[in-house]
Every structure is written in structure tokens, then in C-alpha cells.
Design a protein around this ligand. Structure first.
Ligand SMILES: *Cc1c(COP(=O)(O)O)cnc(C)c1O
Length: 427
């Protein structure tokens, strides 16, 4: 599904294929517009978007409040470095700290999840005076050389050999308390953990594992850093996934949905951790820029006002209930938390994800070779969820409405009933 398209059909696709580095495999569509949980391609065909920019568009594409905030801010001020205080940044920091767990009230601002992980790593080193880390098998933390050291999947690390320095990282089996206890020592700066592993196949941690991770790190004087980049901002049915577990970490990495689509990242931490970083020990040009801050303020306020955590909880339960009702021998398990949902198949998921897009107009993500991942906007409607489930059921049973319609038209054309080459109406 993400191989190089063989027949570029539009000038946009052709140009993108010609000039892009092509390190990322491309689908054979050109997306041009989005609203709520719907996106459109250049031909005007609509799709129900359960990719949401890799779990970014939690408030929906082009949420009106976010659009208005961005438009107002571009007329006032776009760039201002963090050394110069700014009204929107002050507003954003206050909004952000109003939703983070109590005690996590110091914020380092940056532009992506990977940058948030890099910051977390440095703050953990200076915060503890230690430099070893414990990360999880199947964990994903980003792709810079620093963040890659925490990312388990060997295919992400191997092309770069020992340039990825993970001599200071021990990987333990996600969920295995004994392994974790053995790995955390008086040299451990931090344990890095996703409350629900995303890339690793949509696997929620058990209550026991999360609570033990908190206890063990506290006993050993190590930090517990939760990677809430994908799970944060209402995705799992709470503002942050940590809330499901009654666990307050020493730091959280945030990005993805926080800016309503505008790039933004943050490491939020305790005052104690923040105070131990030497002045000037970390920084960046674009972090905390007024445009991203304005988008972030509007995003967090919309999430609060529209009760998006509760919406994600209710819709997620409904979505998973409907998926579990599918009678298919190809499904091994449906799992998730809120609107972070994975369906593990007994065979490779890629062909089904491709069929969902191509035949049904539904965008879904892969997470490990066997899992189909759904990360829709929280604003997705029940009707759209029903449509996604019905489409998935058809795809699993090998029904292809587009191909059938095509065959039907071809048969009619052969019988002289319609003009040869009639266009297939897609949407
Ligand atoms: C997406 C993601 C990252 C990396 O964030 P980027 O914004 O892509 O740099 C890190 N950790 C988790 C859990 C993620 O889902």
C-alpha cells in the first residue's frame, strides 16, 4: 500500500514523487481538504479519516476555533523567541498546566514529539545526575538519533548501526514487572513508558504494571517519564492516559494533538526536575512561537468545552463494541483505550488497510504487521463509526463494492447498455 505508485495520475502526485526524498512510502492519492473527520482527495472523493494525521487531528480537521485563532494570530505576531515573553505563550502555558496532572507544572516547549523526547532525555540526565535509561520492548519514542535509542523496533535503528547509541538503554518486556524491577538501578535516570503502546500494536498497560513502574522508580530515585505524545489530549478517554491508572509521573512528553494540527511539542515536568537543568542547557528557535501557542490555546479550550475526553471514552467503547461484534475468523483481538483502537488480525493487515482506503474510502493506520489501527478525530460521529465498521466487515469478507460496480458497468457496456468507458462514480 505504501510502495512507489507506478502510474502517477495527477501533476501533484507526479511532482511529489519527483522531488520528495521518498524515504516515506506514498499512497496513490492527493489529499487536498479536510473538515472534522472527513478528508477529500483532488478528485473530490471523500474519506472517513481514522488516521487523523497520525493521531493529531483529535479536535477534527480545521476546527473552527483553531482556524479563527490562527487567522487572528498571523495578523498580530508569528515569531518571537522564548527569551522574549509573549502574551499567547503565557496563555498557552497556563492552559496546558490547567490540564496536566498536579505537580507537573514546568514546561519546556518545542515543535514535535521527537524533540519532546530529546528534551526529556536531557532533563532526566541533569535532573538525576544519572545517564542510564530503561525503555520498553515494542516502545516507540521517535526517530532522531537520541530518541531512537529508546525506540525498540530494530528496523528503525539498524540502518544507522552504532550511531544510535543505546549502550545506556535497557529494554524490558512491556508489562513484565520482574524484568522492570531488575532493570531499574541506582544508575537509572528514567524509565520511559507509553501508557498505551501505539506503534507497538495498540497495547494498553495493565493497572498493576503502571503502578509498579511508579513504585519502582520512586524507590530507586529514577524518574518515571510517560510518553503521552499519542495518548494525550483526550485520545484515550481522559485528558492524559496516566489518569486511567492513578499514576502521576515526573515528566510527560507531549505533541501530536496539542496544537490542533499545528506542529508543537512539550516536555512537562516537576519543578524539581526543571530547576536542575543548568541555564542555557537546552533550547530551540521555534519552540513556543506565538502562532503555535494560539493554536494550542484554542485546541485545549475546545477540548475542555466540548468534553472531548468523555466523547472519546463513549465513542471508543461504542466503536470497540461494534468491532467486537464482527464475525470474522480473521480477527484475533480488538483492543484499545478510548479512541485509540487496534484490531489484531491473524494475517498481515496491510492489504485490508489498502482495501479500506481504495474500495471503501476509509483511512486507517498500520501498527505492527498484523494490526489495523484506528485513531479517528474525537469529533467523529456514530454514523461515521458505523460506516467504518461496515466497511471493515466487507473488506474482511473480501467484498469489494468498487470492483463489483466496475465489473457491473463493464458487463453493461459489453451488452451495449451504457456508453463505453463510463466513469465510475466514487462519491
Ligand atoms: C508520534 C510519536 C512520537 C514521535 O513524535 P513526532 O512528532 O513524530 O516526532 C514519539 N512517541 C510516540 C508514542 C509517538 O506516537
Amino acid at each position: 500500500m505504501t510502495g512507489a505508485p507506478t502510474h502517477p495520475q495527477s501533476k501533484w502526485l507526479e511532482a511529489e514523487l519527483k522531488y520528495d526524498s521518498r524515504v516515506v512510502g506514498k499512497h496513490e492519492v492527493v489529499m487536498t481538504r479536510g473538515l472534522g473527520a472527513t478528508v477529500w482527495d483532488e478528485s473530490g472523493r471523500s474519506y472517513i479519516d481514522c488516521v487523523a494525521g497520525y493521531g493529531v487531528a483529535n479536535v477534527g480537521h480545521s476546527h473552527p476555533d483553531v482556524v479563527r485563532a490562527i487567522k487572528e494570530q498571523v495578523d498580530r505576531l508569528i515569531v518571537m523567541p522564548q527569551s522574549l515573553p509573549n502574551d499567547k505563550r503565557a496563555e498557552f502555558l497556563s492552559e496546558l498546566v490547567s490540564v496536566t496532572p498536579a505537580g507537573l507544572d514546568r514546561v519546556f516547549l518545542c515543535n514535535s514529539g521527537t524533540e519532546a523526547m530529546e528534551a526529556a532525555k536531557k532533563f532526566a540526565i541533569t535532573g538525576t545526575g544519572r545517564k542510564r535509561f530503561v525503555s520498553m520492548k515494542r516502545g516507540f519514542s521517535g526517530r532522531s538519533l537520541g530518541a531512537l535509542a529508546f525506540t525498540w523496533e530494530p528496523k528503525y535503528r539498524e540502518p544507522f548501526g552504532d550511531a544510535v547509541d543505546n549502550r545506556n538503554v535497557d529494554f524490558v518486556t512491556y508489562g513484565n514487572i520482574e524484568e522492570l524491577r531488575a532493570a531499574v538501578t541506582s544508575d537509572t535516570a528514567a524509565v520511559i513508558l507509553e501508557a498505551v503502546q501505539g506503534e507497538g500494536g495498540v497495547r494498553p498497560a495493565t493497572l498493576e504494571f503502571m503502578q509498579e513502574a511508579r513504585r519502582i522508580t520512586q524507590e530507586k530515585g529514577a524518574l518515571l517519564i510517560l510518553d503521552e505524545i499519542q495518548t494525550g489530549f483526550c485520545r484515550t478517554g481522559k485528558f492524559f492516559a496516566a489518569e486511567h491508572y492513578g499514576v502521576v509521573p515526573d515528566g510527560m512528553t507531549l505533541a501530536k494533538a496539542m496544537g490542533g494540527g499545528i506542529p508543537i511539542g512539550a516536555f512537562v515536568m516537576t519543578q524539581e526536575v526543571a530547576d536542575r537543568m543548568p541555564a542555557g542547557g537546552h533550547g530551540g528557535t521555534f519552540g513556543g512561537n506565538p502562532l503555535a501557542m494560539a493554536a494550542g490555546v484554542a485546541t485545549i479550550r475546545a477540548m475542555k468545552r466540548e468534553g472531548m475526553a468523555e466523547q472519546a471514552r463513549e465513542k471508543g467503547e461504542y466503536f470497540m463494541e461494534r468491532l467486537r461484534a464482527i464475525q470474522s475468523p480473521k480477527i484475533r483481538e480488538v483492543r484499545g483505550l478510548g479512541l485509540m483502537i487496534g484490531v489484531e488480525l491473524k494475517e498481515k493487515s496491510a492489504p485490508y488497510i489498502h482495501a479500506l482506503e481504495h474500495d471503501e474510502g476509509v483511512l486507517a493506520l498500520q501498527a505492527t504487521p498484523l494490526v489495523v489501527r484506528f485513531l479517528p478525530p474525537v469529533t467523529i460521529s456514530r454514523e461515521q463509526i458505523d460506516a467504518v465498521v461496515a466497511a471493515f466487515e466487507r473488506v474482511l469478507s473480501g467484498v469489494n463494492p468498487r470492483a463489483e460496480r466496475q465489473a457491473q458497468l463493464a458487463a453493461q457496456a459489453a451488452a451495449g447498455e451504457t456508453a463505453q468507458g463510463e466513469a465510475i462514480q466514487t462519491e
